[in-house]
Design a protein around this ligand. Structure first.
Ligand code: FE2
Length: 267
């Protein structure tokens, strides 16, 4: 990884790689939305996190139900107080139960509005509806990823294929950490720091996604993310976003990111 191989030198005989390339060539859907499948498949493949109990990830949609299922709020993969050394239970309650829930509700409302517009053949509100779907949908995807980007057993160093990919793409784990933290701290207003797999160049990239949907690199597959909207940290860190971002590495869930990388990048 990390070299400048051309598209035609990639393993295009590999069906999974062809599928990824087809996704990139055939759609302009916002990058975080493309990441939803990877999140779902990685969660499906991953063993439940320690202590998750009844908070297991929701089941994937059954075959033949494409587009028919309402979006739902996934439970936290750990107890609300599990990250208390980093984030309080009060922050997680508000962030998950109020903010994330609002994006799920907004996404379902936007989807219903689009369905109604198609039924009536009236697309007078199409711009607002598309904006609502992209904003709320990307918010839902990134928050779902965010909860699994942290773990009470997190921190330490990446291992396995993730470690190899980070070193190939950024030079070293420390160099990645420096770039990720700087991007998350510098992002304007409400934003995210995201580590993602970029399949066209077969490498990992750091993206600062402003709002949720303004990611700026179509086709990437998010692997882990840090929410730097103020609602994520203000109750404990006030205006000190830098400390919140630096301490994110104390709970970072490398194992979850590695599972996602394995799901989207064929060996
Ligand atoms: Fe958030």
């Amino acid at each position: 990884m990390g070299d400048d191989r051309e598209l035609d030198s990639m393993d295009v005989k590999n069906p999974e790689r062809r599928r990824l390339l087809g996704l990139m060539a055939g759609t302009a859907i916002a990058a975080p939305v493309l990441g939803l499948g990877a999140i779902a498949s990685a969660e499906k493949a991953a063993p439940p996190p320690a202590g998750a109990g009844k908070n297991a990830p929701p089941p994937a949609a059954a075959p033949g139900t494409m587009g028919q299922k309402e979006y739902t709020l996934p439970p936290l993969p750990y107890a609300y107080e599990a990250l208390d050394g980093y984030l309080s239970a009060e922050i997680l309650h508000l962030h998950h139960d109020v903010h994330h829930a609002a994006y799920v509700k907004g996404l379902n409302t936007a989807a219903a509005g689009l369905a109604d517009a198609r039924k009536k053949g009236d697309f007078a509100q199409i711009k607002a509806l598309e904006r609502a779907m992209e904003f709320n949908g990307s918010g839902h995807v990134l928050h779902s990823l965010y909860w699994n980007s942290m773990s009470p057993q997190g921190g330490g160093q990446p291992t396995g294929v993730l470690k190899t990919a980070i070193e190939a793409s950024f030079g070293s784990v420390d160099a990645f950490r420096g770039q990720f933290a700087a991007a998350a701290k510098a992002a304007e207003a409400s934003a995210w720091g995201v580590l993602a797999y970029e399949p066209l160049g077969d490498r990992l990239v750091v993206v600062a996604a402003e709002n949720h949907q303004n990611m700026g690199f179509q086709g990437v597959q998010p692997l882990l993310c840090c929410d730097v909207w103020e609602h994520a940290y203000y109750l404990r860190y006030k205006a000190d976003r830098a400390s919140y971002v630096d301490r994110f590495f104390d709970v970072i869930n490398w194992g979850s990111a590695e599972q996602r990388l394995r799901a989207v990048r064929p060996a």
